[in-house]
Design a protein around this ligand. Structure first.
Ligand code: ZN
Length: 193
């Protein structure tokens, strides 16, 4: 089984790297990202999201509002023919010192347990170091998408600080899906010559 663990903000939806997505209207997909999930689904990946949502712990929004954001996300995914099986989130503020806030790996362990897989079956895709560090702690395959918090990262040269060694990088989730799930070329038509 192949499980893709996506970061949410800045990987699937637009994000400036610091503000909070507190309402459904604030959740806007990145270009091509929903279609990328659909392609991964068709090629056999189960796609789940693991996201830190410290705005919950800080009281900036509540679980009802988070659920409304995710309802919009699932609706837009479905309209693109895509499916995210589950959303795992850390609801804590950084000063609560929980184990589930990434780069802690507790969310990823829950995902592996839910699907009955080990770390080698996890494909971790995201735009921030903490997400990839949690993946590295699981022995997962690691993919940096250079959108959101990593929009300024170059596609070549040294990896940015905090990104685990061995991480492969792509311009976007769409570009990553292009590599993992290439379009099947159309057979050339015989022209009789
Ligand atoms: Zn937590």
């Amino acid at each position: 089984m192949k499980i893709a663990i996506l970061d949410r903000d800045g990987c699937l939806n637009q994000w400036d790297g610091e503000s909070f997505i507190a309402s459904p209207d604030a959740w806007q997909p990145l270009p091509g990202a929903l279609e990328a999930v659909a392609r991964l689904n068709r090629a056999g990946w189960h796609v789940v999201i693991a996201t830190n949502q410290p705005g919950l712990g800080r009281g900036l929004f509540d679980v009802t509002e988070l659920n409304a954001v995710h309802a919009r996300m699932h609706k837009e995914l479905a309209a693109a023919g895509a499916r995210v099986d589950a959303v795992f989130f850390c609801p804590h503020a950084p000063d609560e010192n929980c184990e589930c806030r990434k780069p802690g790996k507790a969310l990823f362990e829950q995902i592996a347990e839910r699907f009955g897989v080990d770390g080698r079956e996890l494909w971790v895709m995201g735009s921030c170091a903490a997400h990839l560090q949690a993946g590295a702690a699981m022995g997962a395959r690691l993919f940096l998408v250079c959108t959101g918090a990593s929009a300024d990262v170059a596609l070549d040269g040294a990896l940015p600080p905090g990104i685990p060694a061995g991480t492969r990088r792509f311009a976007s989730l769409e570009a990553l899906a292009d590599m993992l799930v290439p379009e099947i070329p159309v057979e050339p038509q015989a022209d009789g010559s």
